[in-house]
Design a protein around this ligand. Structure first.
Ligand SMILES: *[C@@H]1O[C@H](CO)[C@@H](O)[C@H](O)[C@H]1NC(C)=O
Ligand SMILES: *[C@@H]1O[C@H](CO)[C@@H](O)[C@H](O)[C@H]1NC(C)=O
Ligand SMILES: *[C@@H]1O[C@H](CO)[C@@H](O)[C@H](O)[C@H]1NC(C)=O
Ligand SMILES: *[C@@H]1O[C@H](CO)[C@@H](O)[C@H](O)[C@H]1NC(C)=O
Ligand SMILES: *[C@@H]1O[C@H](CO)[C@@H](O)[C@H](O)[C@H]1NC(C)=O
Ligand SMILES: *[C@@H]1O[C@H](CO)[C@@H](O)[C@H](O)[C@H]1NC(C)=O
Ligand SMILES: *[C@@H]1O[C@H](CO)[C@@H](O)[C@H](O)[C@H]1NC(C)=O
Ligand SMILES: *[C@@H]1O[C@H](CO)[C@@H](O)[C@H](O)[C@H]1NC(C)=O
Ligand SMILES: [Fe+2]
Length: 615
């Protein structure tokens, strides 16, 4: 490690550092702000007391077992639409099968109905959605195939004006005609989008997996009572398993000879069951990581990811499950895909340009971007791996004044100073890596700037991301070299511990970021800072087309369409018969497609997109 880097050992030294910052001018109860920065890089030394291996929950753990009968809903979750007035409810019915000669369930055989209302005693509104199944097929001798239970997604939209902001709704999902319905759950909608209203706490986690350490991350997270959860990719780590259920901490080390990188898809069901108590109440927004690729027959990828979660893709005018956007109060989130085309000529980039051009910072002052592989990472693991994505997209994000970027992928914690193109810049974003959710792979501990740890540039690209863009630096303190010889100046704080973060946006200019380590008491902070926006100093590109996806003016089309699904049962049936209504047609379309989808639920479902939302 270089002589200039500040190396601290243990928590007491961190407290000393925080004290120093207060002297430098912090005025927020001892918590530093980004205005006090850029900060000298801090590395918190690894605490060897916490180096126990992360071990997956076995399939015998009660928390991952199926505890419903017949076609009763399980793995229930809530996720947001693009605006507060609508949410998605998702669940699974029926049993998955794994083995030889599996016979996929018929998604049409179980209806997708949510009854909901503002009172637990009067679930007077009704919404109907669609259902699908997906398969994970391995046409190789000795490997087992998987077919999912029936996955249901229902979008709740109110009559005319939509769901009310900041309001608790009770719901029950399932198929009342079987009957097979859930008990009653509740969720709270996001506040209205404006300068003055924000969800109180947004939890941010990455690279979760399903180990005993994951369970401690999630219980700490729950104790912080988040209003929303962001999962920045790498969800279940089902791809650390063979199809016969044998797992490993390192797939390629343990199973070097397999004909294809196998997965054990039941781990997804285990994960859905483990998470249900949390995500049936608190909305979760997920973006894909490399562990979701899950290559299978016919080069199909991301089948579980794209099928199991609901994404506000159509609502945010994306045609893909891999990138989308949404508002949560006065924050606009863009969720980006690192493992699909991100180049300037591609669909994602064009969508991002349109999406950013439509953000009205007078309504959503905060702009937060999220994707899986980090651009600013000083650990040896995945060092400069996503450099081509950075080259393609950084200028665009900067020109629109993205305030904060959340990433995962590196199994540790790191927070940057404000930075743009490797140069400290008061108008650059703060990059935060929280790939420290607790999965069973190795924790990232070594740093690229330590002697002998700088990777050879040719080894840095990820096979799945294509391209090579990580050349030696041409300016700055590391000019002419591939790595720094001390903790880079862009890296403000790094520490190898498991944990999660909480973002509390207070107003138009101040957001409090707190990183919680699993080994600490619940209310302790490992790292804490006010991220402060300076809109006068850092003006952003003016909006172009007006607020297409903003909350304040819901599109009338939505209200009309919602009617048929929201009224009482008879009317829905009537409307279904005259096929007057897009929502119901969409539900039918989706179900009619199922026969063609048997080989690949995810892709067929994507092709359905785009019919509904174009005005
Ligand atoms: C992971 O959990 C185990 C107990 O299951 C614990 O001993 C270990 O310290 C944890 N690891 C970290 C990095 O927190
Ligand atoms: C799995 O599905 C593939 C593709 O349909 C098929 O070729 C293979 O025989 C199946 N394997 C088993 C074990 O059923
Ligand atoms: C799964 O397959 C691997 C590799 O062939 C083998 O070593 C292991 O014993 C098998 N496990 C089970 C539970 O059959
Ligand atoms: C799958 O991808 C490989 C490698 O890119 C290619 O050779 C093969 O033809 C593809 N197979 C199908 C069915 O598309
Ligand atoms: C980033 O910096 C590099 C090296 O200094 C330069 O070649 C490149 O043009 C810069 N990119 C942007 C978008 O400014
Ligand atoms: C994106 O651009 C990089 C660098 O120009 C290139 O190497 C890569 O192949 C491109 N990726 C795709 C998916 O087009
Ligand atoms: C890039 O930097 C590395 C050291 O980090 C050095 O070994 C290598 O020669 C440099 N390559 C070029 C092309 O300058
Ligand atoms: C924004 O919130 C911060 C932190 O709570 C506070 O110090 C500041 O005065 C607030 N600014 C405005 C304009 O309300
Ligand atoms: Fe990853």
């Amino acid at each position: 490690m270089g002589v200039d880097s500040v190396v601290l050992i243990g928590l007491s030294s961190v407290l000393v550092l925080v004290g120093l910052v207060v002297v430098q001018g912090g005025v927020h109860g001892g918590i530093p702000t980004t205005l006090d920065g850029p900060f000298k890089p801090v590395t918190v030394a690894v605490d060897d007391k916490f180096r126990g291996r992360a071990i997956d929950l076995p399939d015998t753990d009660a928390r991952v077992q199926r505890n419903v009968n017949g076609f009763e809903p399980e793995q229930i979750s809530v996720s947001l639409s693009s605006t507060y007035d609508s949410v998605w409810i998702s669940w699974i019915t029926g049993e998955f099968q794994i083995g030889d000669n599996i016979k996929p369930l018929d998604p049409k055989s179980v209806k997708s109905v949510v009854r909901y209302g503002k009172s637990r005693f009067s679930l007077s509104r009704k919404a109907v959605g669609y259902s699908l199944i997906y398969n994970q097929l391995y046409p190789f001798e000795g490997l087992k195939n998987y077919t999912s239970g029936i996955i249901h997604h229902v979008r709740l939209r109110g009559q005319k004006s939509g769901l009310k902001p900041d309001t608790i709704y009770y719901y029950r999902c399932g198929d009342p005609s079987i009957p097979a319905t859930s008990k009653i759950y509740y969720f709270k909608t996001m506040p209205i989008s404006s300068l003055r209203s924000y969800p109180k706490r947004i939890a941010v986690v990455g690279d979760l997996g399903l180990t005993y350490n994951t369970t401690s991350t999630i219980s700490h997270l729950m104790s912080n009572y988040p209003d929303l959860i962001l999962l920045v990719g790498d969800v279940t780590y089902a791809n650390l398993y063979l199809t016969n259920g044998t797992g490993s901490d390192c797939y390629s080390c343990s199973f070097a000879q397999t004909p294809i990188h196998e997965t054990y898809q039941p781990r997804w069901d285990y994960w859905g069951r483990f998470m249900e108590p949390l995500v049936s109440k608190v909305p979760i927004m997920v973006v894909e990581g490399n562990h979701e690729i899950e290559l299978q027959a016919e080069n199909s990828t991301f089948a579980a990811y794209s099928s199991r979660f609901a994404f506000p893709s159509e609502e945010s005018r994306s045609s893909s499950t891999f990138y989308y956007s949404f508002n949560a109060g006065g924050i606009h989130f863009v969720m980006l895909g690192g493992y699909i085309d991100y180049n300037k000529t591609g669909d994602q980039f064009k969508w991002l340009e349109r999406d950013l051009a439509n953000v009205d910072r007078k309504i959503t002052p905060w702009l937060v971007a999220t994707w899986h592989p980090p651009w600013y990472n000083s650990y040896k693991a995945h060092y400069r791996e996503a450099e081509c994505m950075k080259v393609a997209m950084e200028e665009l994000l900067y020109s629109y004044g993205v305030d904060i970027v959340f990433n995962g992928h590196v199994h540790a914690y790191e927070r940057s100073n404000r930075v743009y193109n490797y140069t400290l810049d008061p108008c650059g974003a703060v990059y935060i890596t929280v790939g420290d959710g607790g999965n069973r792979e190795k924790m990232a501990i070594t740093h690229a700037d330590e002697p002998g740890n700088c990777p050879d540039p040719s080894t840095t690209p990820d096979n799945f991301m294509a391209g090579f863009c990580a050349y030696n630096f041409t300016s700055g303190p590391a000019s002419g070299k591939f790595c720094w010889d001390q903790q880079p100046d862009f890296s403000a704080y790094r520490e190898s511990s498991f944990g999660h973060g909480v973002l509390e946006v207070k107003n138009e200019t101040h957001a409090l970021w707190t990183w919680h380590r699993n080994q600490d008491m619940y209310n302790d902070a490992g790292d804490q800072i006010y991220i402060v926006r300076q809109p006068e100093r850092c003006p952003v590109e003016p909006e172009v087309e007006g607020a297409l996806v903003q909350d304040l003016e819901p599109e009338p089309v939505h209200g009309d369409r919602a009617l048929a699904c929201e009224d009482d049962e008879n009317r829905v049936l009537a409307r279904e018969e005259d096929k007057d209504d897009e929502e119901d047609e969409r539900a039918l379309d989706c179900e009619e497609d199922k026969d063609d989808e048997e080989d690949d639920g995810a892709l067929a479902r994507e092709e359905d997109k785009g019919d509904d939302e174009d005005d």
